[in-house]
Design a protein around this ligand. Structure first.
Ligand code: FNR
Length: 321
């Protein structure tokens, strides 16, 4: 079965108007269909301190799980003082710990450096490669990507203005996809692998981001959703709109995990049933939720899509006699 690889895109700038973020978005837009690229945010990660790892901050856990679920990592970075910005080095450090549990181990990496100036942020591009040696991350060598003069590359809508740059970004992402395929072999997504992406999408959802879930639901035809607060939504368009609307209720600090009691796949049908545990930000409050979930999937258009979700609040825990 053809499937997509999951690429985590890390951006080494926290600035709202960042040209590095614009470049990352242009790279994502230029990626071939075989790559599913998701920006993994690093701005909320507390500075790495081993003491905190005794009870890791939720943002560290979220970040580690998003990197662990990625097939490869694309680093898009500006240059600070001829090296990488501290926020990016901090993210690398957070992902590398606890000892022997580094989420970077073996993950293929691509590097794009970005600057408004002429030297292409060469220093940052090569400084980050130094960390890959210890992290055991094979890095794509060619083509190299030193994006200079980047402040002039984008229109007001964020799109790349000139064809030459667009072509180069497409060439880079195509080479990245081919190179990952060379390392990891042809991709055929098992339902188990899909479920890892499903969990990542669930984690994004409780932070208010419905985009990853949107990529795994049908765009037309049959779909149904039985929401936790009652009612029935049916039809792919209405279900997609409802997921999108519900996600907007969540603040950015939520976390979730899926507790799978049973799952299976046969032919083009698959399911899982169990619990979804979540700590969500709702209306300015932190709310703990335990939902009973059943989800059904169909293999269509080259990937698994969720055609039904039933979610309702779990009853009070049973008291043992
Ligand atoms: C910079 N900048 C910079 N640029 C460069 O090409 N080489 C460098 O060594 C540095 N050093 C540096 C240090 C610090 C602390 C800052 C804040 C900036 C300029 C940098 O390229 C510019 O601010 C970019 O716009 C940063 O990228 P974003 O935030 O636009 O993505």
């Amino acid at each position: 079965m053809p499937a997509q690889r999951n690429i985590a895109v890390l951006i080494g700038s926290l600035r709202k108007a960042s040209i590095t973020r614009k470049t990352a978005k242009a790279l994502i837009a230029a990626a071939p269909d075989s790559l599913r690229c998701t920006i993994v945010e690093i701005g909320d990660l507390p500075l790495y301190n081993e003491d905190l790892d005794e009870n890791a901050p939720p943002s560290w856990t979220r970040f580690r799980s998003e990197i662990a679920n990625a097939d490869a990592i694309l680093f898009v970075t500006p240059e600070y003082n001829r090296s990488i910005p501290g926020c990016l080095k901090n993210a690398i450090d957070v992902g590398s710990r606890p000892p022997n549990k580094s989420v970077w181990n073996g993950k293929p990496a691509g590097v794009v450096s970005v600057t408004p100036y002429k030297l292409g942020a060469f220093g940052a591009n090569h400084a980050i490669r130094q960390t890959f040696v210890f992290l055991n991350m094979p890095a794509m060598q060619q083509p190299e990507a030193y994006i200079g003069g980047a402040a002039d590359l984008f229109g007001d809508d964020g799109a790349v203005k000139n064809d030459e740059t667009k072509k180069f970004l497409t060439k880079f992402m195509t080479a990245f996809a081919q190179w990952i395929a060379t390392l990891q072999g042809p991709q055929s997504e098992s339902f188990d692998d899909f479920m890892k992406r499903r969990e990542t999408a669930a984690a994004a959802y409780v932070r208010g981001d419905a985009a990853p879930l949107d990529k795994m639901i049908p765009k037309e035809g049959d779909a149904t959703f039985f929401p936790p607060n009652g009612g029935t939504v049916s039809g792919a368009a209405d279900v997609a709109a409802r997921y999108d609307k519900d996600a907007k209720a969540f603040g950015p600090g939520g976390t979730t995990s899926l507790e799978v009691l049973q799952s299976g796949a046969s032919g083009n049908l698959a399911f899982w049933t169990g619990f979804q545990n979540a700590r969500a930000e709702l209306g300015g409050h932190t709310v703990d939720m335990k939902l009973r979930i059943t989800e059904l999937f169909r293999f269509a258009g080259g990937s698994w899509v969720m055609v039904h979700r039933h979610a309702d609040p779990a009853a009070e825990p049973e008291t043992k006699k």
